[in-house]
Each structure stands twice: as C-alpha cells, then as structure tokens.
Design a protein. Sequence first.
Length: 121
Amino acid sequence: MPSACRHLHILFAAEILDIIEDIHILEESWESRFKNAEITNYVYMENESLLKHEEAGLKMIHQKLASFAPANIHTADDMAKALKEFIRTIVTDQDLPVVLIPLLERKIDKLKGYCEADETL
C-alpha cells in the first residue's frame, strides 16, 4: 500500500479516537447542565443514550478498521472511497446512528487532502 494510503488509514483511525474524546467532553457538559438544572432528566438521559450509541459505533468502526486492508488501492482517492464504503457498510449492517456516515466522510475528505499532498512530494 502506498505511503499516502497508509497515512490516510492511520490518520483516520486517530480521528475516530479524537471524536470519541469529543463525545466524552459533550457528556461532561450535559452532565454539568443537568446538575445545574439547565436541562431536565429526560433531556439528559436522551442525550446520554444518543452519545453512548454513537461512541459504541465509533469504537466498533475503529476496531474493524485495524483489519481493513483493501486490495488494489494505489492513491489516497482510492483509499478515501474504500474507507467511505467501509463506513457505510458497517453503519448499515450494525444499525449504528446514520449521522456517523457524513461525520466520518467529512473527516476522510479532510485527511485525503493532506495525504494527496504527500503523493506529490
């Protein structure tokens, strides 16, 4: 696998972990708002449930990403397309929150730009 594709794969895995950390920060924020009576118990529990479901999905994707090694990948664009299909398949097959698809696709597109710059060096 060319280095730009490897970089995209590695950076994407790191981005997933970063999103999980962001979810933890959101959870702390919601908990604080609940404790300060800014939101109701119902809203807090709904938000917590949603964030936990998204986090579980991201962890599953991250775990499966470790064994993701598609054949015939020669460019960062090829890798980006393969990663997007990989994400869509997991989200659909595992009934994960659909919002993960555009969220992760935006990350892939951003990282692809960085990795394409590697290909030209």
